[in-house]
Design a protein around this ligand. Sequence first.
Ligand SMILES: *Cc1c(COP(=O)(O)O)cnc(C)c1O
Length: 474
Amino acid sequence: MTSHQERLALPLDLDQDMVAELGRYAVDFLAERIGELESAPASDYRQAGHLAELLLGRPPGAEPGDFHELLETFRQAAGQGVNTAGPGYLAYFPAGGLVSSVLAEMLAQAANRFTGVAQTAPALVAMEQSVLTWLCDMFGLPAGAGGVVTTGASLATLSAVVAARHDRLGDDARDGTLYVTEHTHLSVAKAARIAGLPADRVRLVPATAELRMDVGAAAELIAADRAAGLRPFLLAGTAGTTSTGTVDPLPELARLARAEGLWFHVDAAYGGGFRLTGRGRARLAGIEEADSVAFDPHKSLFMPYGTGVLLVRDPAVLHAAHAADGQYLQDLDRLGDLPDFGNLGVELTREFRGLRLWLPLHLHGVRAFAEALEEKLDLAAFVHRELSQDARVELPWEPDLSVVVFRLRGADEANRDLLARINATQRIYLSSTAIDGRFYLRLCVLSVRTRAEHVYQALRTIQDCLNNEISSQM
Ligand SMILES: *Cc1c(COP(=O)(O)O)cnc(C)c1O
């Protein structure tokens, strides 16, 4: 270790040799970390408090630091908490983060071209647009559909709600109402709030016993609101709810929305990628009727966090809701048919997010993604079958996609305890949810790294903890 005094200050603008040297070290570091994911604990908090305190009290110094030491600090910090990139992560929507996408991201950042408008990087914008067009085709949206790559479905949903509001309500949105269920993701209500709609304009449509939006009840609510002088404008269906992965009846919702002149938004943040599989294609039927689709490649396309998309039937509507003029942009002419992404979403300056999608899709080929997702569906079905054999456990809902919810027959307290025991093994990490006021454990198979052997291991861990749980109660 060198001291401050001896340490050579690196110039801000690293030259080619330095980039090669530091880059090699960083890529080796990355490879090592990926290699360690298999054996790393599913969660680890042992150093978390200590490290957090240390790091909070450590602003950057005036003098140069040491690259290796700094990466070592990062390594320790990244090791604390929940190992969302590991194969045992079966909780929220795991992705793992495809390493080809990580490398793409590094290269995209190195190019650092401006993709807020087409004129400054037309070919890169074309790359990104080609992925968006491919996604529109995947969902069955008509020719001419388009969209924008965002940081996630929350931002995509915000732009969808803003577009719907602008298109269906104009400038005065106070009387506008939108329709969700209690199983709809919070990002829809959040988007409505940010878009200026009062909280009571978000209508909760009852769900069926299967946890799907009740289409008849939605129709009644819309009619009642209209009779009361309100202006229903958006119906939000979900293709894979967060709690249970349940798909709403999209064809019926599409018909209702069309008949009532409502914007039909489909939240496919989690479920979207399964459209590449035979089963998913069938379950997501009706999504092709959507006016907008929010989808998270950082969920069911295994991309790293920070990769979402908004797709819209008519990009002109998205443009009308978001575009604004600034004199400082007067040099930038529209360029042919290429979109100016800065006019289709919240951001103007944006990183080039296209490569993190484009490179893995072209490199691995689409079939590799389809097969990996088929495997996740198989594994979730397997977990459901296996747990169903156990008379101590109840599983009221068959998985539509890759989420399995279950509970020990008995009190919520025992189930909370069971979850704590399972996660304390540090072999896997599950989450929980509440449905109809009852506590459920939730297991989601979605990480690119979660293979059959990990799922067998997960089931053994759950069985062990179940046995302990039962004996501790006797
Ligand atoms: C994850 C999720 C969201 C929010 O997406 P972010 O990428 O976290 O912003 C929205 N809807 C559903 C169904 C989700 O699962």
